[in-house]
Design a binder for this molecule. Structure first.
Ligand SMILES: C[S@@+](CC[C@H](N)C(=O)[O-])C[C@H]1O[C@@H](n2cnc3c(N)ncnc32)[C@H](O)[C@@H]1O
Length: 214
């Protein structure tokens, strides 16, 4: 017995091999219930990610943060609770973004996919980018790391939180740590920490990567 209780919507969202289009279609219908279902699934990624940001800035909250794969704004809400006030959101799904908009916590709401495409954001615009729950089947791919780095100012941070076992069980993410390491070898960023923690979601472990942009 693993003791893990799996939530139906969260299972249905990520069958192996789900495409981006299928996943986006799922979010279209799920958006109104996303927050409620994630409370039921005991999803702690947004809180862990926001607390990591506060720690990195040593309690200073007058910094600019981009929340990528923002969904309904869970990370933004947690950042707001901790005193951050300058957050933008990047999210491709209109219905998810509509819920995030209703929370009135973000400045810019940018409707776009993160990937190899250039976002409508200037170089070095943010002190940090944060992403919780973006790396799962059919969602953000490993090819996005360069674009995350581009929009963060030198010395700023990239904070990524995800389900720990996805780095082994989802074929796309087996390539994640090698890509992160390659970017470090190229002098693009350096790892500050790699922390595995309990109770990310549904009682399973999460992992938070923190990188400082060079
Ligand atoms: C599981 S939700 C997580 C939402 C939020 N970060 C949270 O923790 O509650 C993943 C979100 O990533 C978005 N997403 C999927 N592919 C994306 C991409 N390529 N770029 C940016 N966001 C993407 C989805 O539309 C969805 O809203």
């Amino acid at each position: 017995m693993s003791g893990v209780t799996y939530h139906k919507s969260i299972r249905d969202l990520q069958p192996p091999g789900i495409t981006t289009a299928e996943s986006q279609e799922f979010y279209n219908g799920w958006a109104p219930n996303f927050d409620k279902d994630n409370v039921e699934a005991n999803y702690n990624g947004p809180r862990m990610t926001a607390e990591r940001a506060l720690e990195l800035f040593e309690g200073k909250t007058d910094v600019r943060i981009l929340d990528v794969a923002a969904g309904t704004g869970g990370v933004g809400e947690q950042l707001h609770k901790l005193g951050f006030r300058s957050m933008d959101a990047l999210e491709p799904n209109e219905n998810m973004l509509a819920v995030a908009r209703g929370k009135n916590i973000y400045g810019r709401l940018i409707q776009d996919f993160l990937g190899t495409n250039r976002l409508d954001i200037e170089d070095g615009n943010y002190d940090a980018v944060v992403m919780s729950g973006g790396f799962l089947e059919g969602n953000v791919k490993c090819d996005c790391l360069e674009e995350l780095i581009r929009v963060v100012k030198p010395g700023g941070f990239v904070v990524i939180t995800m389900r720990e076992h996805n780095i082994r069980t989802v074929p796309e993410y087996r390539n994640l740590e090698p890509r992160m390491a390659a970017l470090q070898s190229e002098g693009r960023w350096e790892q500050v920490s790699r922390v595995i923690f309990p109770n990310y979601i549904e009682g399973e472990e999460g992992i938070t990567y923190t990188y400082r942009v060079c």
